[in-house]
Design a protein around this ligand. Structure first.
Ligand SMILES: C[S@@+](CC[C@H](N)C(=O)[O-])C[C@H]1O[C@@H](n2cnc3c(N)ncnc32)[C@H](O)[C@@H]1O
Length: 338
């Protein structure tokens, strides 16, 4: 039998503990006024956290990928989620995850899964109303494989938050971090262009319905984030739909959906189609809908098509998030519920 850890119960004991005095990714207030210090500046907003506020979680099942110490799972549970599964590639935060659950009085499940590919298989076909895939796509050899592998785990009509580093450009391309041009961090590979992110999501039957963006030049971090390009961090909220979403001038997407081997093999479409329909609501979203999508006749008839946005236009025309209030950042306080 494994013994329950004993957590420091007084500020003095906590301040002297190895729990508090180790490296933390996020900041956490663990006892009133006693903080584990995260590595982000206070002024930097956490975009997936802001995006989560648009999702109504009461009674929902949620998945957080690349969870670190579990800031998002705490917010999901406090937001009313019935069940939360947090996963990470390696088990580097297991003890801190348990401590956070103790001090915040919430519980969620955790699994270490290795590479984030084939997730719907690794997660035994479980379905989720909301999946958070943030801070992960630039860390993997193949971002498309990760999204495709997750697709079968999303309930029909469910929501996915996809947040990653991007280059703002309507052309669809991915920029590789050759010679550490984009970031020195050795696990960083790709910055997708906003055009490619938009295209890949629609290809995988995910309608982008809202997005927020922060330019790297506005981020005052100890590590280099600026690039020579117009780059930044984006968080996109997507709604799962039953059809790919080509623009009206695009015949290739439908053809590839119908005839490509990879499209048939990699996303588990059978599982995606067999998932129950989620009723997860969003709050009122203000982004302007695009008008160049050729919706399928059946989709129109079913009136199931959410108002999709054009990610690049939204980034270019809507104001970027640059400043964080204390409750918007990468630090969680005991009283925070959002
Ligand atoms: C930059 S952190 C992002 C944390 C959090 N999801 C967020 O958005 O704030 C990256 C997360 O993905 C995990 N990760 C990074 N590279 C990975 C890889 N190649 N395979 C699996 N997990 C990875 C890390 O362990 C960590 O939890």
């Amino acid at each position: 039998m494994t013994e329950e850890p004993i957590y420091p119960a007084t500020p003095e004991a906590l301040r002297e503990s190895s729990l508090l005095n180790q490296w933390w990714y996020y900041g956490f207030e663990l006892l009133p006024g006693v903080f584990a210090q995260g590595h982000f500046p206070q002024s930097m907003p956490m975009l997936p956290r802001l995006m989560l506020r648009n999702c109504r979680l009461r009674g929902m099942e949620c998945l957080d990928t690349g969870t670190m110490e579990g800031l998002m799972p705490v917010l999901m549970r406090r937001g009313g989620a019935e069940r939360v599964l947090a996963i990470d590639g390696v088990d580097h935060c297991v003890e801190k995850l348990a401590a956070v659950q103790h001090y915040y009085g919430v519980s969620f499940d955790y699994r270490t899964v290795g590479p984030m590919y084939s997730l719907s298989e690794k997660l035994d076909g479980q379905g989720f109303d909301l999946i958070n895939c943030s801070g992960l796509l630039y860390h993997v050899f193949s971002p498309l494989m990760v999204l495709a592998g997750l697709r079968g785990s999303l309930k029909r009509n469910g929501l996915m938050i996809v947040s990653t580093n991007v280059i703002v450009d309507r052309e669809a391309f991915a920029d590789f971090n050759t010679k550490g041009r984009l970031q020195e961090e050795p696990n960083t590979f790709w910055y997708l262009s906003t055009g490619l992110l938009d295209y890949a999501l629609r290809y995988l039957k995910l309608a982008p319905i809202s997005c927020i963006y922060q330019p790297h030049e506005a981020m005052d971090t100890d590590w280099r984030m600026r690039t020579e390009k117009h780059s930044g961090y984006i968080s996109v909220l997507c709604r799962a739909v039953d059809f790919a979403l080509p623009t009206t001038d695009d015949e290739w997407m439908a053809d590839s959906v119908a005839r490509s081997w990879e499209y048939e093999w990699i996303p588990d479409w059978e599982r995606a189609q067999a998932q129950p329909v989620s009723r997860i609501p969003t709050s009122r979203l203000s982004s302007r809908p695009r008008d160049d999508l050729g919706f399928g006749r059946r989709q129109r008839l079913l009136r199931r098509m959410p108002k999709a946005i054009d990610i690049t236009s939204t980034v270019e025309h809507e104001s970027a998030v640059t400043e964080a209030r204390a409750s918007d950042g990468h630090s969680l306080r005991l009283a925070d519920s959002r």
